[in-house]
Design a protein around this ligand. Sequence first.
Ligand SMILES: Nc1nc2[nH]cc(C(=O)O)c2c(=O)[nH]1
Ligand code: SF4
Ligand SMILES: [Mg+2]
Length: 247
Amino acid sequence: MLTLATTVPGDPEIFASLQGEGPSIGRPSTFVRLSRCNLACQWCDTAYTWRFEGDNRPHRDEAAFERKSNQLSLEEADVAERIAALAPDRLVITGGEPLLQGAALARMASALNDLRPGMHIEIETNGTVAPHPALDPLIHQFNVSPKLAHSGNPADLALIPERLAAWAAEPRAVFKFVVAQQADLDEVHALQDHYAIPSERLFVMPEGRSSDVLRQRSAWMADFCAQSGWRFTDRLHIHLWGDTRGT
Ligand SMILES: Nc1nc2[nH]cc(C(=O)O)c2c(=O)[nH]1
Ligand code: SF4
Ligand SMILES: [Mg+2]
């Protein structure tokens, strides 16, 4: 079984859209959003995947979500069929932290391979969890987003040295750092130096849930990228559809 997020109660968050972030930005892709996360970012835009009633870890909105209406369990084969029924030939698995459900994801991805051979599969991950050995060979791209101090997570939970070293050595992994203020860039620099992350696989992305905030931060981040050689990614889906589920 896989535990998914919902768009509305009873409806799993499986939808066709455009990849809004990172190296595949603009590509038509089907998205599957899994529930549950091992971190708690104070600016998380999908707190409905983890901040259930009784979870008092700090979050900017302080919202507490009812578990029953925001989580849904489906068989792996059912998820694969729903993905295969949609048009895109690419899949983005996100969350929450999808690698927490690695074994079930491996079963789903191999069922999908039977229904729609050759589909390109990306995983959005916070970089703290190793991919399950059965899942790893089925994935084409890992979009790894290690969380900086401004996320509010303790560094010993968010930045796991052996994991970061493994991602840095993995050619299928691109790093995507969420940045809100100029000081965050110093932290990215330190991580790049320490783990020898090639600039070609290093993206910075503005934190923001509205076009206004993204534009404001993009302006100074883009200038910085042009000087440093890092890559820049916007959040295309926010400009197109705003901060809404299922887009
Ligand atoms: N269109 C679209 N692109 C995305 N790329 C990463 C997303 C995420 O929530 O992880 C996301 C998302 O939620 N929507
Ligand atoms: S790691 Fe991602 S899903 Fe988890 S709390 Fe942070 S932003 Fe949200
Ligand atoms: Mg998102």
